[in-house]
Design a protein. Structure first.
Length: 389
């Protein structure tokens, strides 16, 4: 496409901002609107941490994309002169020996086939990670190429980079309706009444997508996932090298978590079915959800038995029916492109996501374009690490 093309992006999360930066680099005129402030407090990206991993079961496509993203996170650390991504390792644990077809078995096999070196969980492993209850988990592996990113800070820096590249970011602007001419989308009108025209309009609206595009309600929806922050008495016991990002039988329980921050904040979350939610609903967790967290924490980490909870909230997933991202031109509305469907596992791909979206916007061949394309919900599935009831 000619460099004189323009695009209007609705949404300044990782989909929208990385696409904006990449398209601007390719010569596009780029405008981004977002209700703000950036990072938007209600958005999935706005959190203290997100897991960064390439472990994806038998899924070589996501695994290879994840390995490229890991390289990108290291480059961003250098570019930003700030350690936003911390490669503390990813500890993958199971109670029973992993079987073929499980997330843990298949991840280990796929990663080693791609030349990755993984540590083995052997008897006495708790001596290295003493905060874990002894003899609870006996199998798994440690992937040194993995860790976590300060997600809210990453979005701040991406917005800064986008502005520096010449992207016109307009905060406190909310989508009202599309502007169309001759059956083609040529921009949008904001709720405040401003009309913004562009050759293409990209909806990078996360969990809000199906509320703005009702024709997608059968394939995209918002899901709330509980997240709890505990306050630990001795943070150093829950920080590297004694503690890392972890997953505990994640494919069958959904449990995962992070090292403690310096102030003692320890985040535990669940990558499971979640529950349906409207994206504008309150983000409160239910008493029974909190009790599940308390029981898991006390059983798994003895020091957390009486630890206070300092934050409870729902993390918002923009789920697709099959757990794959949804990045494509709208088949019935020329000029409109969709980039969404995070399904709770998109953030880690931020360093490579912009190129994927830009290639699809420009209709360039991409190895994942068919996978992320507009598709019929003929078979419901989920990302391999996600617990499915």
């Amino acid at each position: 496409m000619p460099s004189s093309s323009s695009i209007l992006i609705n949404g300044a999360g990782v989909f929208g901002l990385t696409a904006a930066i990449e398209l601007r680099r390719r010569g596009w005129g780029v405008t981004v609107i977002d209700p703000g402030p950036i990072p938007r407090p209600e958005a999935a990206s706005t959190d203290i941490s997100k897991v960064v991993r390439a472990d994806y079961g038998s899924d070589a496509g996501y695994t290879e994309l994840g390995l490229k993203a890991l390289d990108g996170w290291r480059e961003w650390n250098q570019q930003w002169n700030e350690t936003v991504y911390r490669e503390d390792g990813f500890l993958v644990l199971t109670r029973d020996e992993p079987q073929r077809g499980s997330f843990e078995y298949d991840s280990h096999k796929t990663l080693t086939a791609l030349g990755q070196s993984l540590g083995t969980i052997e008897p006495g492993w708790e001596q290295r990670f003493p905060s874990w209850k002894s003899n609870l988990y006996s199998h798994g592996y440690l992937n040194p190429r993995g860790g976590w990113a300060a997600s809210g800070r990453a979005v701040e820096l991406l917005a800064r980079d986008a502005r520096a590249a010449g992207v016109d970011i307009r905060e406190h602007q909310t989508f009202g309706r599309f502007v169309e001419r001759a059956a083609k989308v040529i921009g949008l009108r904001t709720e405040s009444g401003e009309t913004i025209h562009a050759d293409f309009t990209l909806m990078a609206t996360g969990a809000w997508t199906a509320t703005l595009l009702p024709e997608l309600r059968d394939v995209l929806w918002a899901t709330g996932q509980p997240v709890v922050h505990f306050k630990v008495e001795n943070p150093d016991d829950f920080r590297p090298p004694k503690f890392s990002v972890w997953a505990a039988d994640i494919g069958t329980t959904g449990w995962y978590g992070f090292p403690s921050l310096a102030d003692g904040t320890l985040k535990i979350a669940n990558h499971g079915p979640g529950r349906p939610i409207h994206p504008d609903d309150p983000r409160t967790i239910l008493p029974e959800e909190e009790e599940r967290f308390r029981q898991f924490a006390a059983t798994t980490f003895p020091a957390l038995k009486n630890a206070p909870i300092v934050e409870r909230r729902l993390c918002l997933y923009g789920d697709s029916f099959d757990g794959n991202f949804w990045i494509d031109h709208h088949p019935d509305r020329p000029g409109l492109v969709i980039a969404t469907g995070d399904s709770g596992h998109a953030f880690k791909f931020a360093p490579v996501l912009g190129k994927v979206i830009a290639d699809i916007v420009e209709r360039k061949p991409h190895s994942l374009s068919e996978r992320f394309a507009w598709r019929d919900p003929s078979q419901v599935s989920a990302e391999s690490a996600r617990f499915k009831e």
